[in-house]
Design a protein around this ligand. Structure first.
Ligand SMILES: Cc1ncc(COP(=O)(O)O)c(C=O)c1O
Length: 417
């Protein structure tokens, strides 16, 4: 079936809202997407009918147990985990990363080295910086080019030494939108015996994750960025996870993923994450190229359909921004290179601050973010941190060309005035 934007939008109650008669435009998606009815229904069902602790012989407990097992299985398929037990969930990507950074760095010795990047969200920077402080590790920084907004993996190769233990690397930037070469970084990590920890939070709403093909060691993402509830998900290579010391209560077995699942997990969130994954697969079944019946094939088809649609919005948006006086897009702009970026587009404009632009548009129901978006290193490097950062427009598969045009039109008026 052809991509049916009206039908897709009809599944999201939030997208029906208006402000003073004008439809609200949701371009704040990189900070959190809206949620389809199907996801909320499954969360409701979990709370109404599957609300018991695990391990009982009675019906509600059995149903809850099944819900949890199925959500883990969906999470494993979502990232293409080679083994079961490799995925577990937690409050957020940030919380999971703080926890895992403690565990992963526990046996690093003073003088060991870690590599962080200047393009990552602080959630994949600060936990490692603090671990480095605790353990006396040396921190090295991978920089990106201000012209191409990409890394040169030759630089990464030059940074590694025989003391490198870990590289923390972002899959897609929440500011520039650049999709980074995770497989290339994984290859370098493997060659020097380091571990690669990947933040896929901004990639997950736009592209199919395949940890088996990437060759990384850990990968984290967050379901509220891909149309689900606020819950984080971590995949780790089985041998890596098994070798780590898990901080857990004594009665919990050493099996995966239980050894990393502290306390009672949030069942309704698990139901919601599973439903969000099903939603993406449903897009594939409805609008993608003919795919096999299995979840992974439908997911692949869904992401392909979304990317083709989103690229149209991205190109229109970037072309419009580039015609405006004094506007500088902070990311890849060449239409021939859309495969190297997601649809998140940030920019600054001469003579008007990012907060002024965002608040002018928000008064008309056009929701977008200004500021540093927690990508402190990007804005510091570009010399824009003190000035209030940039403006970020983040279309996803449910946004429309009309929304892009309305936003551009209003932006032009604000910038010219
Ligand atoms: C790239 C990136 N990483 C990490 C995070 C943090 O995710 P969470 O809110 O799940 O901790 C965000 C949130 O915006 C993000 O954009």
């Amino acid at each position: 079936m052809a991509y049916d934007i009206d039908r897709i939008r009809a599944g999201f109650p939030a997208l029906q809202r208006d402000l003073d008669g004008q439809p609200i435009v949701f371009f704040d998606n990189p900070a959190g997407t809206q949620v389809p009815r199907s996801v909320v229904e499954r969360m409701k069902e979990a709370m109404f009918y599957k609300n018991a602790n695990l391990g009982g012989s009675f019906g509600t407990s059995v149903a809850a147990e099944q819900l949890v097992a199925e959500a883990h299985c969906a999470g494993e398929l979502f990232v293409n985990a080679p083994h079961s037990g490799e995925v577990f969930f937690g409050q957020s990507m940030t919380t999971l990363t703080f926890g895992m950074s403690r565990t992963i760095c526990a046996d690093f010795a003073p003088g060991d080295e870690i590599i962080l990047t200047r393009m990552d969200h602080d959630a994949n920077v600060a936990p490692w910086l603090m671990a480095a402080e605790d353990r006396g590790l040396v921190v090295r920084w991978l920089d990106f080019s201000e012209e191409s907004f990409e890394f040169d993996l030759g630089d990464l190769r030059r940074l590694v030494t025989d003391r490198t233990r870990l590289i923390a690397f972002g899959y897609a930037s929440n500011v520039t939108g650049t999709i980074n070469d995770v497989a290339g970084a994984a290859q370098i990590a493997r060659e020097c015996g380091a571990q690669l920890f990947v933040d896929a939070v901004q990639y997950a709403p736009h592209g199919l994750i395949d940890v088996a093909a990437l060759g990384c060691d850990y990968l984290v993402c967050s379901a509220y960025k891909f149309f689900g509830p606020h819950y984080g998900m971590l995949w780790g290579r089985r041998d890596r996870l098994q070798a780590l010391r898990a901080y857990k209560v004594r009665a919990v077995s050493d099996e995966l993923p239980g050894r990393f699942t502290t306390g009672t997990t949030n069942r309704e969130q698990l139901a919601g994450v599973h439903a969000a994954i099903d939603y993406l697969a449903e897009l594939g079944a409805n609008y993608g190229r003919p795919a096999g019946p299995d979840l992974r094939s439908r997911l692949a088809a869904g992401y392909e359909a979304m990317k083709a649609y989103e690229d149209g919005l991205t190109q229109r948006l970037i072309e419009g921004l580039l015609t405006m006086p004094g506007v500088r897009v902070l990311g890849i702009t060449d239409p021939a290179n859309l495969s190297r970026r997601v649809s998140t587009v940030s920019f600054v404009a001469d003579g008007i601050s990012a907060p002024e632009i965002a608040s002018a548009l928000s008064r008309e129901g056009i929701q977008l973010w200004d500021g540093h978006n927690y990508a402190l290193e990007i804005y510091r490097k570009l010399g824009l941190l003190e000035a209030g950062g940039g403006v970020r427009i983040g279309p996803v598969h449910y946004n429309t060309t009309q929304e892009v045009d309305r936003t551009l039109e209003r932006l032009e008026q604000v910038i010219r005035s």
